[in-house]
Write a protein that binds this ligand. Structure first.
Ligand SMILES: Nc1nc2c(ncn2[C@@H]2O[C@H](COP(=O)(O)OP(=O)(O)OP(=O)(O)O)[C@@H](O)[C@H]2O)c(=O)[nH]1
Ligand SMILES: [Mg+2]
Length: 166
């Protein structure tokens, strides 16, 4: 990853942020409940409470100042989303939607993508499984992009089934 590129993961409790962080960084350790902001290499992992409780939105906004990309994590097995409509438009960083747990039998990719589209009117969506290491290279490629246009081009030119640009 380019040095200056940093990604913050936000999303519900149990959405798979820490498991994904470990998979992206090749850390072979089980995820434990995240209690505070965790800075690991080029990733900032957040507790699900930060996104679930609007009282913490100011923490998300403040931490977003330190990163280039904000990853909106939606669990493919969760019928609910906690992202308010247009949430990404309030954060002036490159937004990437990430659908997690695509390997789970009850995963619903389309539902999760629809949920993310409401939160991110303009941006890519990547489908990942931390368990199966799927979609991780695509995620890293998107995080190495410098602009929304560059992310859009990457999605348009990629043959991967794990990405779509809304
Ligand atoms: N099937 C499947 N389960 C996953 C995957 N990634 C995470 N999980 C499971 O989801 C649960 C929560 O994962 P975490 O990574 O701790 O979730 P989190 O978003 O960091 O949660 P908080 O720290 O509480 O905000 C764990 O039981 C994981 O085993 C995945 O790729 N596939
Ligand atoms: Mg966590």
């Amino acid at each position: 990853m380019q040095k200056k590129h940093r990604a913050m993961l936000i999303g519900a409790i149990g959405a798979g942020k820490s498991t994904l962080t470990n998979a992206l960084l090749g850390r072979d350790v089980p995820a434990v409940k995240t209690q505070s902001l965790i800075y690991r290499d080029w990733i900032v992992d957040t507790p699900g409470e930060y996104t679930e409780n609007p009282l913490f939105y100011k923490n998300i906004m403040a931490t977003a100042l330190e990163v280039t990309h904000v990853l909106f994590i939606q669990d493919a097995t969760n019928p609910k989303t906690i992202f308010p409509p247009g949430f990404a438009t309030g954060i002036p960083k490159l937004a990437i939607g990430v659908v997690t747990k695509t390997d789970a039998p009850e995963a619903d990719r389309e539902r999760a993508a629809r949920q993310l589209r409401r939160a991110i009117p303009d941006g890519p969506i990547v489908f990942v499984s931390a368990y199966k290491n799927e979609g991780l290279e695509e995620m890293k490629a998107l995080i190495s992009c410098h602009s929304r246009e560059e992310m859009k081009d990457y999605c348009a030119n990629s043959k991967s089934e794990n990405i779509s640009y809304m």
